[in-house]
Design a protein around this ligand. Structure first.
Ligand SMILES: N[C@@H](CCC(=O)N[C@@H](CS)C(=O)NCC(=O)O)C(=O)O
Length: 421
């Protein structure tokens, strides 16, 4: 049995501040996890099964394979007994294993109480105002549906900024919707600005300004605390004094997000010097860089083994849109000619691409929900490919667009192999 089979499973989204804080703690504790980068616009069924709200981050016990179960574990399985679906729970869980810098301030009740207050202010009022500053138009009166959706998602609906690869391509193109999202948040995803673009289109209006000012009140309180902690010899301090604590790492990703809405105004503020220095040290420091880079921050989504995949020519996929169904089997062959549509399981994708599509600069990767195929009456059979014993999924009937939960552009410089494993 290899060690990977014993790793807790960690569902993440690269730019999510909750996921960033959890990754910071996991990295500090030195815990190895199986990282699954997901698209919030199209959450895999495994995440939805584990997390009631389908939010990231989520940390799950390791899944021992049947083969692994037959072999005595070489070391105790390290994973939470139950899924952890709150970022602060994950941080505390990680640090309970190993806390080399004493982020938890063990044995210091006063420090712990203070941290509790700081965390409550961050996840409560500050986040509330941050969301409404950042996406004011979505919360404006009269936009009740968007507001309801965002709040139903635990305000997380405002965290997704398009595809994890940053190309901003919408998911479920051609009318398909990822209905695996129980919060309905998918409808909000594709058109949200990337976090470092000019936000004027989304935060325009007086409402956004009201919430920016309210968030600034909270930030000034943190600034005062940081200023008081500044060492006499210069440099900047931390929220609880001269060394970092859990509260610093848990709050910093959200303050970073506040700054990114309007960096110029944030940087020009004259009344936040200690907070600016504290954030600047975080932005430039190795901790954040580490959790935004591999292996913590891959930009390709994890591909669920519960889904089926099909590589399509962009033109042929576009032609299917007005028809409501796709009838190509594989490159150069139709459903009528072959009798079924070729597809792949997640781990087969890269080999399929190399075998049939290696010379093509542009492809569409279709993610297909087999349950929706069944509902549409399309049978799927696992059958051996000619010349090999390997079983591939074959779709006996046209592929309804409603069964395609995501249609992503795929470029050859982004190896599928990295995510299919
Ligand atoms: N209270 C949760 C909030 C997590 C959260 O809202 N995450 C966002 C991403 S940053 C999310 O998963 N949103 C779900 C969605 O957008 O559908 C925590 O601390 O982990």
């Amino acid at each position: 049995m290899n060690d990977a089979s014993l790793r807790p499973i960690f569902y993440s989204f690269r730019r999510c501040p909750y996921a960033i804080r959890a990754r910071l703690a996991l990295a500090s504790a030195g815990l190895a996890v199986e990282i699954r980068e997901v698209s919030l616009a199209c959450k895999p069924p495994e995440l939805l099964a584990a997390s009631p709200r389908g939010t990231v981050p989520a940390l799950l016990p390791p899944v021992a394979s049947p083969a692994a179960a037959l072999v005595a574990a070489p070391r105790p399985v390290t994973g939470p007994a139950q899924p952890l679906t709150e970022s602060l729970e994950i941080m505390r869980w990680a640090l309970s294993h190993h806390d080399p810098q004493d982020w938890l301030r063990q044995g210091d009740a006063e420090a712990q109480a203070l941290m509790g207050e700081l965390l409550a202010a961050c996840d409560g009022p500050f986040k509330h105002h941050l969301d409404r500053f950042k996406y004011a138009s979505r919360y404006r009166a009269g936009d009740g549906q968007a507001q309801g959706i965002a709040e139903a998602a635990g305000s997380g609906a405002v965290e997704d900024h398009g595809q994890p690869d940053g190309r901003g391509e919408s998911v479920g193109q051609g009318g398909a919707r990822c209905q695996g999202n129980r919060d309905g948040g998918a409808d909000l995803k594709g058109d949200i600005a990337p976090e470092n673009t000019n936000p004027s289109d989304t935060r325009s209006g007086a409402d956004g300004e009201t919430h920016r000012l309210a968030a600034l009140v909270v930030l000034r309180g943190w600034n005062a605390r940081l200023a008081a902690a500044e060492p006499a010899s210069g440099g900047c301090g931390w929220l609880l004094g001269s060394r970092p604590a859990l509260a610093d790492w848990a709050l910093l990703p959200f303050v970073r997000q506040f700054r990114l809405v309007d960096p110029a105004t944030f940087d020009a503020a004259g009344d936040l010097p200690a907070l600016q220095a504290w954030l600047e040290r975080f932005e430039q420091g190795p901790e954040l860089a580490a959790v935004l880079a591999e292996p913590w921050g891959p930009r390709q989504p994890w591909r669920s083994p519960s889904w089926l995949y099909h590589l399509a020519l962009p033109q042929e996929w576009a032609e299917a849109q007005p028809l409501g169904e796709y009838r190509r089997s594989t490159r150069g062959q139709s459903l009528e000619q072959v009798g079924f549509i070729h597809a792949s399981y997640a781990q087969q994708l890269e080999a399929t691409r190399q075998r049939f599509y290696a010379d093509l600069p542009q492809l569409r990767l279709l993610t297909i929900d087999p349950q929706r195929l069944a509902a549409a009456g399309v049978a799927v059979r696992a059958e051996p490919a000619p010349g090999s014993g390997e079983l591939f999924p074959h779709l006996y009937g046209p592929l309804p667009l409603s069964a395609v939960v995501a249609a992503e552009s795929w470029r050859p410089d982004r190896a599928l192999a990295a995510v299919a494993a």
